[in-house]
Design a protein around this ligand. Sequence first.
Ligand SMILES: Cc1cc2nc3c(=O)[nH]c(=O)nc-3n(C[C@H](O)[C@H](O)[C@H](O)COP(=O)(O)O)c2cc1C
Length: 211
Amino acid sequence: MDLHNIRETYNFDSLDIDKLKDGPMAQFQYWFEQYKQLCIKDYNAMAISTVHKDIPESRIVLLKEIRDNGYVFYSNYSSAKANALESNPNISALFFWREQERQVRISGIVVKTDVQESKSYFETRPYLSKIGAAASDQSQPITSRQELEEKFDSFTKKYPEGTEVPMPENWGGYLIIPNRYEFWQGREGRLHDRLVFCLEDGHWNIKRIQP
Ligand SMILES: Cc1cc2nc3c(=O)[nH]c(=O)nc-3n(C[C@H](O)[C@H](O)[C@H](O)COP(=O)(O)O)c2cc1C
C-alpha cells in the first residue's frame, strides 16, 4: 500500500507563548474543553506508553478525571501496563485532536490513587462494566472466547444485577503527575507550533521548539 501522497494542510489555529493560558494544566484544560465540545466519541481517549525491560508499549485508556495535580485513568493492577509501571513509573500520555489539528504530549510519573476513591468511581460504573472488570484477568491468556464468556456468566450469577459487585482488589486508578508537556498546533507549510513546558525546581519553564 502506497500512502506517500496522503497530505493534509493544517490551518485551524496557531499557538504562541503570549496566547497560552496560565500554566500547562490550564492550557491543557482549555484545549480539552474545546475538543470536548465537538462531542466526538471517546474524546477523552489517550494513548499511554510505558516501558518494561527497555521495551516501550502503548495502548489507549480513558481519561476519567482532571485533578489539580494530574490526570486519572483506571485499569487492572495486574495487567501488562501495571506490571511495567510497577518497575518503571515513568509514563507518557498522548492526545491527538485531529479536528483541531492538535497534539498534546504529557510525560510524568504515575502513582496509584486512593482505594476509597477508586471504590467510589467503581460504584458509578454500569453493571456490565463492573462485571467485566471483575471477570477479566486483563492481559492474561485464555484458551477461548467461550471460556471468557463462561467466566463472565459465572460472575453475573455470583453477583446478579441489582446486587453489589465488589471492586476487584487488583483494580483501581492511576494518577499521572506531569513533569513535561508539549502542545503542538499544526500550521501551514509544516511550520507547526510546538511549545514545551518543563518542570524545573518547581517551576514550569517554557520554550518553543522547531517543528
Ligand atoms: C477506546 C478505548 C478505551 C479504553 N479504555 C481503557 C481504560 O480506561 N482502561 C484500561 O485498562 N484499558 C482500556 N482500554 C483497553 C487498553 O487499550 C488495553 O487493551 C488494556 O488496558 C490492556 O493493556 P495492557 O495489556 O498493556 O495492560 C481501552 C481501549 C480502547 C480502544
